[in-house]
Ligand binder design. Structure first.
Ligand SMILES: Nc1ncnc2c1ncn2[C@@H]1O[C@H](COP(=O)(O)OP(=O)(O)O)[C@@H](O)[C@H]1O
Ligand SMILES: [Mg+2]
Length: 267
């Protein structure tokens, strides 16, 4: 009975992320637009304060800044894991709240800082939520994997696609979990791919592999990379500093370094 109480409580929960009509109070030609976005977590302090920026289709962006600065929060808002407290986020010209969840998740791939996997095999985990591939035979899946250039990553697992994944315990490393999340996101060919410190637990050789796989994505793919290692963000088209409630565009890698050296941006 105690268990049932808890289950029925869970079943009665409703998401507060409802799909709503586009209020059309703002317009934008950018692929992604933040217009005066403020955000605070329930019971938390304000993390973003009147943030505005634009991301263009096909470009690579890097978000840098100190731990706790708000990078993951900004990325979570892009993927609508939360709704902004104030302001509007437009995806492809439409309010992000007006997309059905399946439309939105088809457009946006998010590799979380702490990847979420469930018990099963590597195959189960990389096909999770992938409508297009879920009925693929093993041969079709292998072809899709080699087309995306992912075989070399799959080779990091003893039993390949059949490698068992456990949500708890020490079956596979955190780095391997990130590789699974990476394969899952890349196979879906999202229009916008967000990598939140996705290589923090991955060795440099594998990281270069990931880089070469990212280069194989369609040129129209927009990339948002959150990273600490400088080499990962060197080739970004634009770097944003994320700190103390602000998201500040800092130009290319060289521009950003200059800004930092001349102390114009707190880091
Ligand atoms: N789920 C949460 N609930 C409440 N506060 C949070 C939550 N996640 C992050 N924060 C707070 O929001 C701020 C920004 O965190 P985060 O976006 O994770 O920063 P970063 O990714 O740059 O390290 C921090 O002060 C953090 O403590
Ligand atoms: Mg973070």
């Amino acid at each position: 009975m105690a268990g049932w109480d808890r289950i029925s409580l869970l079943l009665s929960l409703e998401t507060n992320l409802l799909v709503m009509e586009d209020p059309k109070c703002e317009t934008s030609r950018s692929y992604l637009h933040f217009g005066n976005v403020s955000f605070k977590y329930p019971n938390g302090k304000e993390v973003l304060h009147k943030v505005s920026f634009d991301l263009e289709r096909g470009k690579t962006y890097a978000f840098v800044g100190p731990t706790g600065g708000g990078k993951t929060t900004t990325a979570s808002l892009i993927a609508r894991l939360y709704d902004a407290t104030r302001g509007a986020i437009l995806l492809d010209g439409k309010d992000i709240r007006s997309y059905k969840p399946e439309e939105r998740t088809r457009k946006i791939g998010f590799i979380l800082q702490e990847p979420f996997l469930f018990s099963g095999t590597v195959r189960d985990n990389i096909l999770y939520g992938n409508m297009e591939y879920k009925n693929f035979s093993n041969i079709q899946l292998s072809e899709a994997i080699s087309e995306a250039g992912l075989e070399s990553l799959l080779a990091r697992f003893d039993q390949g696609l059949d490698t068992k994944v456990q949500t708890t315990g020490d079956g596979i490393s955190l780095g391997q979990k990130q590789l699974i999340a990476f394969m899952r996101a890349v196979l879906r060919k999202p229009e916008l791919l967000i990598l939140d410190e996705a290589t923090a637990n991955i060795d440099t050789v594998t990281e270069q592999l990931l880089d070469s796989i990212l280069k194989k994505l369609p040129v129209s793919t927009t990339r948002v990379i959150i990273a600490h290692r400088l080499n990962t963000i060197e080739n970004a088209d634009e770097i944003f500093f994320v700190n103390t409630g602000k998201v500040i565009p800092a130009g290319s890698f060289n521009d950003a370094i200059n800004l930092l050296l001349h102390g114009k941006v707190e880091s």
